[in-house]
Write a protein that binds this ligand. Structure first.
Ligand code: SF4
Length: 367
């Protein structure tokens, strides 16, 4: 009596239109991209470019910069020109900054046409300028800034309210035959957020930018984002994402990449498989795992390293990984590609693993 095997794949990705954020395609089957947002004053060009460089090095693919003042708008051209990844200008209310961002060569603009319409109805001009320049737009509906009309209608920021708002915003561009936009419907509560995106995914074919807004400090925000994005991505919903953390933006990128790697939506980089340790552990697994992780940080190859505390599951996991250690009796058996290559004293485990990992990495890169 066998158990039928199930395919190890997630639900098929939702079919969405494809737009481009500069060089990065979003939607239409393109890989799910990871975004973040700078925390510097955008007008401080040097500091902003420095942070963008750090984000790029961490694997960020699209970066957003806030543009609340004329000084920020004036800085956009230099930033867009020198950034290695596409830049999105984040603008509320002021149409003049939207035109400035388009002229500056920003890859995209985050702006809600509803806000623009309220102050100075230049949505048509924005749609034309964006289309002419090949600049895409993100419509970002957020529970905290939901249209008063919809708050009155629904009582609070329900999934239906978020989606009605998003579709209304979209219609303001559709009226002018502009459809190069992606949409976000963010809420701080993952349950509301998940329902909102599911509802929106049924109602339109625009690419969707996933986000849990105000997700909180690093630990809580990471959990909330992983749970919410995981539920949606496993269902095939989501074309690009930003993890929002009250933490340095590089952390957001690391979490976003890990979420995609965990679901097999992005090729894995370095993966440390370490046991939680238990009463059988014969080494300090936490310290060992931390030291190996720190020693291999930034390694840019798909390598799985197993750090195991004893001989119960140790040899099995170590054998399955590219490289691993099964510890016991003050020693560590080092496995490479399933074979024990040597046994070293406990004090040499970390350096041996790092040495062997670097050799494997060189082999993978063909150096
Ligand atoms: Fe415990 Fe050994 Fe399993 Fe680690 S590998 S959790 S030490 S039984």
């Amino acid at each position: 009596l066998g158990i039928p095997s199930v395919p190890l794949t997630l639900a098929e990705r939702r079919t969405s239109r494809q737009i481009r954020v500069g060089t990065v395609p979003v939607g239409g089957g393109a890989p799910v991209s990871v975004q973040s947002m700078t925390t510097t004053r955008t007008s401080d060009i040097g500091a902003t470019l420095q942070q963008i460089a750090e984000l790029t090095a961490a694997g960020c693919q699209i970066v957003r910069v806030a543009c609340p003042t004329q000084d920020d708008a004036d800085a956009l051209a230099a930033i867009a020109k020198k950034s290695q990844i596409p830049v999105i200008a984040d603008i509320h209310f002021q149409p003049k900054y939207v035109f400035a961002a388009i002229d500056a060569g920003c890859a995209a603009v985050r702006v809600n046409p509803g806000n623009i319409k309220q102050f100075d109805d230049r949505v048509k001009d924005i749609a034309r300028a964006a289309a002419d320049a090949g600049t895409s737009i993100r419509i970002g509906v957020n529970a905290g800034s939901l249209d008063k009309r919809l708050l009155a209608k629904y009582g609070k920021a329900t999934p239906e309210a978020l989606v009605e708002s998003a579709l209304w915003e979209a219609s303001l561009f559709e009226e002018h035959d502009f459809r190069d936009f992606k949409i976000a419907v963010k809420h701080h509560d993952p349950v509301v957020m998940i329902h909102a995106y599911r509802l929106l995914a049924e109602r339109c074919d625009y690419p969707l930018h996933l986000g849990v807004t105000e997700a909180g400090p690093a630990f809580q925000g990471t959990i909330k984002s992983a749970v919410a994005f995981g539920a949606l991505l496993a269902q095939g919903i989501g074309d690009t994402l930003r993890v929002s953390l009250s933490a340095p933006p590089v952390e957001e990128v690391k979490v976003g990449i890990q979420i995609l790697e965990s679901l097999g939506l992005r090729e894995r980089g370095l993966e440390i498989v370490s046991c939680p340790s238990c009463g059988r552990a014969q080494v300090d697994v936490y310290t060992l795992a931390d030291k190996v992780t720190a020693g291999l940080e930034g390694l840019d190859v798909p390598l799985r390293v197993a750090v195991m505390g004893c001989v119960v599951n140790g040899p099995g996991e170590a054998r399955e990984a590219d490289l691993g250690v099964a510890s016991g009796n003050g020693k560590g058996q080092i496995f490479v590609k399933g074979e024990v290559i040597k046994t070293v004293p406990e004090s040499k485990i970390v350096e041996t693993l790092i040495e062997e990992a670097l050799k494997l990495a060189d082999g993978m890169r063909g150096t």
